[in-house]
Each structure stands twice: as structure tokens, then as C-alpha cells.
Ligand binder design. Structure first.
Ligand code: GCO
Length: 460
């Protein structure tokens, strides 16, 4: 379904051809998704329950009482979805493996039918000329492990390493690109301190133990994968948005620096061998988040590349001088997506430059970037999602600026190929370049899919 030229962006510099010319032919254009958000089939072929299956059933946890029970039914429709991705033209697909599909109790021998799904998915991707980028953990911890303490228990390092070895042992003959965790800060903080993600806890000391154990599990699993997969490239996806003071005042500037240290550097510094940041320690301690927690320096990250998930600008406003007495979010009157996130393409460029300057990773891959806007299906069946096209084009242009400035950027993965389950917001937000009618599971490529096709074709 080709769209007419009407779907273009405001400025010539943002046209697909002009953008493509700013990237090397080797640059990777891909999609990203995650198991719980797209697969559905939550009880098929021996899959065990995850903490998201449990959390989604808590009254009030998810908008409209939605769950990932069916989602996009990707578990059964993956061949159609791979064909859609191939038609759009991507050469990479970052997906996550559902741990409870592979080990229903989180430990022990693999559930072969569950593991076999990923065999089929990898084979279909490779047959379509799409490189699989396998992410081992996108928040759907087996419930059985949560019942044993979850990521707050240091035993999780062994559990996760065993799981990683099972998956790498099965797929490693065809998969070279691996990631261990997606957004460890979101999993630790939203899931264990704020209570708005699974497992729905509100306990900062637990959240900081979860953060610490993810860093340790990353290093242990990386070692296991390397021992099984000779050509393994190992990364981790860290979400770093553009943290700025909401107003140009000392108080907001201090708050922004403290938030950035307590959240972003909290993971990046240890991953790059520096241990926990002093300022982050100070604010977490002052806020009582370290009560009863003894943190020692985690092992360095063992990374071949750093995955960056970028979406927005995060202004920080201090209500007082007390740590964490902050409001973080879009300011009135700013350009925002349907997530109430401030749109800031220059923020992507600046975050890439800052990561390059501060940590000098060998390679950076944009593992997520995308936007939710309300989509309307026209009478002719088209979905002219101009705002999403404009958002993506401006962020690709910002990535090109960072590349030109010397950032070792090698790939860009749009979040996401399909509209999908947006966590606590259920299906109320659509990020896909392909529309999903959840009543019929009908897929309809949007104008943004056509735009991405033209960008990728021009970049070849
Ligand atoms: C995240 C997750 C994705 C989200 C996407 C849109 O960054 O929160 O990796 O699962 O769905 O980012 O919010």
C-alpha cells in the first residue's frame, strides 16, 4: 500500500533521500519490540506466568483493565510480521525472549516448545535477510522467581546466567547480536520504587538492590554468552533522555544534575568501570533509599556496544532542596507526543555527544526511538500519521548530526513495528509504523512505514 507523496516532512532536509545521504551504507535500520508487548499466547506451549501477567490482573494497574494475554498475537502471526518488516526494508529486528516461555519456573531445563518459537522466529528473520538482535530481558520475569525474591535476591545472577546460557546455546549458531537488559532503570525504579510497573513494589532499598543485581547479572551473563557464542556482540539498552533544569535556576540545575546522577549515571558509570557515582550515592542516601543496603562496586559492563533508548526531553523542577522532591515531565506549552513527553530531537544529538564524550563506548546503537500519536484510519484505509513521520525524520536528522560529529553510531531501531501493549497504558498509545486492529488483528502499514521504506531504500 504505497502512499502518495503527500506524506512528506516540512523541510527538504528531512526528506528520506536527504537524510539517507548522511549515513554510511553500512548503517543498520531496524525495528524494536518486546515479548510481553507483542507476543500474546501467554499460556501456549508450556509458557509460565511472568510478573507482568500477575501485575496486569491487579485492579487499576493497567488502563481499561487490559493485559498482554493476546497483544498482537505475534506468537502465532510472526511470519506475517517478519514479511511486513522485510517489505518495509529493515535489516535488523531487536526482539526480547520471554524468560517464562523458556523456563516456566525461571530455573531448570528449557521448555523446548517455548524455546522452539524463537528458533522459528530467528530462522524466519534470517530467511528474510533481517538480522536478529536478541534481548534477553524486557521486564517479564517468571513469577516463580519473583516469589523467591526476584531481582532483589542476589541469587538472580545465577538464575539469569543459566537462562542466558540456555538461549545462547540454542540460538548462538545463528545469532551474533545479544543484549542482556532493556532499561534496567525503568525495571528497577518504576517496578520496585514507584509501583507503576511490575512487580508493583514501592520500596527504594529493594529498587537499588534490583539495580545492582541487574548490573551483576549483565556481567555474568555476558561471560556465559561469550563462552558459547564465538562471534557474540554484547550490549545493553539504557534509556537516557535529555535531562534539563525546568527553569534556569540554581535549584532546578542542582535537581537535574542529581536526578541524572541518581538514575542515568547510576547505571552508566558502573557499566563503564567507574562504580556508582558519588552524587547519586549522596542523593539516594539523603533520601533514605540506601537504608539497610550495602552496595559494593559492581563489575564493569563487558560491552561491545551501548544501546540507547531515546524518546524525549525530561525537564526537572525542584519543589524544595530535598533530594527527590522533584517534578519531572513536560512543561506546559511545549511540543509533546501523546505520552505527554517533550519532543526534543536536538536532545538525541546532545545525549549521543555526551555519551561519546563521557564514556567513549566502542559503538552506540539507537535501540529505541519512536512516538505515540493518535492514529486515524481514513475511509480509504490509509493512516496518514504525519506527526510520527515528522518526529522520526527530525530524530534521524539529529542522529546524523551526532554521527558527523564523530559519535560511533552504527544503527537505529524504530520503536516499534506494530502498535502494541504500552505497559500501564495498555493499548491506548500507538507507537507502531504498522497499525494493529486489535479486534481483528489486521495489520495496516501507516504512512510512516512508507516513509521508513523510502529512507532505507535511499540509504542503500
Ligand atoms: C520503554 C520500553 C518500551 C516502551 C517504549 C514506549 O522504553 O519503556 O523499552 O517497552 O514501550 O519505550 O514507551
Amino acid at each position: 500500500m504505497a502512499y502518495d507523496r503527500a506524506v512528506t516532512t516540512a523541510e527538504p532536509r528531512l526528506e528520506p533521500g536527504a537524510l539517507a545521504a548522511r549515513f554510511p551504507e553500512s548503517f543498520v535500520w531496524g525495528f524494536a519490540a518486546s515479548a510481553y508487548q507483542v507476543e500474546g499466547a501467554v499460556a501456549a506451549d508450556g509458557r509460565g506466568p511472568s510478573i507482568w501477567d500477575t501485575f496486569a490482573r491487579q485492579p487499576g494497574a493497567i488502563a481499561d483493565g487490559q493485559t498482554g494475554d493476546t497483544a498482537c498475537d505475534h506468537y502465532h502471526r510472526f511470519l506475517e510480521d517478519v514479511a511486513l518488516m522485510a517489505r518495509i526494508g529493515v535489516t535488523a529486528y531487536r526482539f526480547s525472549v520471554s524468560w517464562p516461555r523458556v523456563q516456566p519456573e525461571g530455573v531448570g531445563p528449557a521448555n523446548q516448545p517455548g524455546l522452539a518459537f524463537y528458533d522459528r522466529l530467528v530462522d524466519a528473520l534470517l530467511a528474510a535477510g533481517i538480522e536478529p538482535l536478541v534481548n534477553l530481558f524486557h521486564w517479564d520475569l517468571p513469577q516463580a522467581l519473583q516469589d523467591r525474591g526476584g531481582f532483589a535476591d542476589p541469587a538472580v545472577v545465577g538464575w539469569f546466567t543459566e537462562y542466558a546460557a540456555l538461549v545462547a546455546g540454542r540460538l548462538g549458531d545463528r545469532v551474533a547480536d545479544w543484549m542482556t537488559f532493556n532499561e534496567p532503570a525503568v525495571f528497577a525504579f518504576l517496578g520496585h520504587a514507584d509501583g507503576i510497573h511490575a512487580p508493583g513494589l514501592r520500596d527504594w532499598p529493594v529498587a537499588l538492590r534490583v539495580a545492582d543485581n541487574q548490573l551483576r547479572a549483565h556481567a555474568a551473563a555476558a561471560g556465559a554468552i561469550r563462552s558459547l557464542v564465538n562471534d557474540a556482540r554484547i550490549g545493553i539498552a539504557i534509556d537516557v533522555n535529555q535531562v534539563v533544569p525546568a527553569t534556569d535556576t540554581d535549584r532546578d540545575r542542582r535537581a537535574a544534575a542529581a536526578w541524572s546522577a541518581a538514575r542515568d549515571a547510576w547505571f552508566l558509570d558502573p557499566l563503564f568501570g567507574r562504580g556508582y557515582p558519588q552524587l547519586g550515592m549522596e542523593v539516594h542516601r539523603a533520601a533514605g533509599h540506601l537504608a539497610g543496603v550495602e552496595l559494593t562496586e559492581p563489575p564493569p559492563g563487558d560491552l561491545d556496544y551501548l544501546g540507547l533508548n531515546y524518546y524525549r526531553r525530561d525537564p526537572v523542577s525542584a519543589r524544595s532542596d530535598r533530594p527527590f522532591d522533584w517534578t519531572i515531565g513536560a512543561r506546559p506549552g511545549t511540543e509533546q507526543t501523546q505520552m505527554d513527553w517533550e519532543v526534543a530531537p536536538d536532545g538525541l544529538r546532545d545525549v549521543l555527544l555526551a555519551l561519546h564524550r563521557e564514556y567513549a563506548p566502542r559503538e552506540i546503537v539507537i535501540t529505541e526511538n519512536g512516538a505515540a500519536y493518535p492514529d486515524r484510519v481514513d475511509p480509504d484505509g490509509h493512516i496518514q500519521d504525519h506527526r510520527r513521520v515528522d518526529y522520526l525524520a527530525r530524530h534521524v536528522a539529529a542522529a546524523a548530526e551526532a554521527l558527523a560529529a564523530g559519535v560511533p553510531l552504527t544503527g537505529y531501531h524504530v520503536w516499534s513495528v506494530l502498535d502494541n501493549f504500552e505497559w500501564s497504558l495498555g493499548y491506548s498509545r500507538r507507537f507502531g509504523l504498522v497499525h494493529v486492529d486489535y479486534a481483528t488483528q489486521r495489520r495496516t502499514p501507516k504512512a510512516s512505514a512508507d516513509w521508513y521504506t523510502r529512507l532505507i531504500a535511499a540509504a542503500r
